[in-house]
Design a protein around this ligand. Sequence first.
Ligand SMILES: Nc1ncnc2c1ncn2[C@@H]1O[C@H](COP(=O)(O)OP(=O)(O)OP(=O)(O)O)[C@@H](O)[C@H]1O
Ligand SMILES: [Mg+2]
Length: 228
Amino acid sequence: MMNTNVIVTENLSKTYGKPPLQVFALRQTNLYIKHGDYIAIIGPSGSGKSTLMNLLGCLDKPTTGKIFIEGHDVSTLNENELARIRREKIGFIFQKYNLIPTLNALENIELSMGFAGVDSQLRTEKAKKLLEMVDLSKRLTHKPSELSGGEQQRVAIARALANDPSIILADEPTGNVDTKSGENIMSILEEINREGETIIVVSHNMTIAQRAKRVLRIQDGVVTEEYV
Ligand SMILES: Nc1ncnc2c1ncn2[C@@H]1O[C@H](COP(=O)(O)OP(=O)(O)OP(=O)(O)O)[C@@H](O)[C@H]1O
Ligand SMILES: [Mg+2]
């Protein structure tokens, strides 16, 4: 599967609202994202970064244009099929972690595998392995409120990997943690990328962005590739 496109967009655009209050959040975007790519998306607040991420992750629908994920035109899929793509092909990491507060670290990860129909013993084994990978073996039964921001984000990374997705989408994963935890989170993502995972990460931090293999800049909804 190496060197084939995992995501292709064709004249992808997103407009919010109606005239005269229209916002052109994303304009005519054509992207080719290969398996194993590591892409950073940078741009000022309001430039369209989250809009693009939500479209790539099939959380939202484009106004015009198309997205192909592993060759499938997602505009032809119904809600069930879209949910399946989100569950099986995409791992999300958000700025605010989005963990379930009543479930502990292990259960948060097991839950996403439960939706994918994985057997309960396998779920626990895999969740433990993933938490070990993000260095949280000693926090298995901690609830999100009993974890630091950086630890919660590492649980969220482990959760994103639970169903072996083809793509990891991370929207400002270091936005809510201190610099050191942020570096730790980025090292984990880099390690995952070295193992072949495709990663797209939004960041305000240029130092972080420059560690990616490709940098895309968005300005007023226009995406351009940055050659550094
Ligand atoms: N649901 C919505 N309805 C109307 N306008 C929206 C909606 N969501 C986003 N926008 C507008 O679209 C533009 C792009 O928003 P987006 O969230 O993609 O920005 P961003 O680059 O992620 O910004 P930030 O760095 O602050 O997270 C903004 O001008 C925003 O106000
Ligand atoms: Mg955003």
